[in-house]
Write a protein that binds this ligand. Structure first.
Ligand SMILES: [Zn+2]
Length: 184
């Protein structure tokens, strides 16, 4: 937010807007696209080389959003090789820092996509309600991920991440192909 406000973004807190809870923010006005090169937040440039190395190592040199590895070819984009970069775990969180726990390894493509998502403002209660409803197995998995602050991807999830990058028409073809493969 330190980076957004100078770029013309108006973000209100409960001090500005009494209907908000202390942990909520309200986006009043969208400012300059700071994710574009010329407006890029200074924040990511302040990351030390040591933190950078640590985050890449921790994340196994793979995009934590789609699972692509550094230099790996995108399945839907032959000839295009993934370039890894660092992004913020939650690009819409206030007070994003340059510490390892605020950062995530992303490929440049996911990094771009994530920044264009609208920041859905979740309350603690909304998330807790969802957590409570999980079956025991789900609660166990979630807690394990929380403890290590990482959700290891299964091979199926990695395939899913790649599949989700494809255009809808190609995804439909793959769905049919997989169905056919499993029937044979
Ligand atoms: Zn990615």
């Amino acid at each position: 937010m330190r980076d957004l406000r100078p770029a013309g973004w108006v973000i209100l807190t409960y001090r500005d807007k009494p209907s908000l809870q202390p942990d909520q923010l309200y986006l009043e006005k969208i400012g300059l696209p700071i994710w574009e090169a010329e407006h890029r937040a200074a924040g990511l440039r302040q990351i030390s080389a040591k933190t950078r190395r640590f985050v890449y190592e921790r994340d196994g040199h793979m995009c934590r959003r789609c699972g692509v590895a550094a230099g790996e070819e995108y399945a839907d984009d032959p000839g295009v090789h993934a370039r890894l970069t660092l992004g913020h775990v939650n690009p819409h969180k206030s007070g994003n820092g340059a510490n390892a726990e605020d950062l995530i390894t992303e490929c440049a493509r996911c990094n771009e996509t994530v920044k264009h998502l609208t920041g859905v403002q979740m309350t603690k209660e909304q998330v807790w309600d969802r957590m409570k409803e999980l079956p025991l197995r789900g609660k166990r998995d979630l807690l394990a991920w929380m403890k290590v602050d990482h959700r290891p991807l299964s091979p199926a999830e990695k395939a899913w991440g790649m599949y989700r990058q494809l255009p809808a028409a190609v995804r439909e073809e793959l769905e049919k192909d997989l169905e056919a493969l499993m029937r044979s």
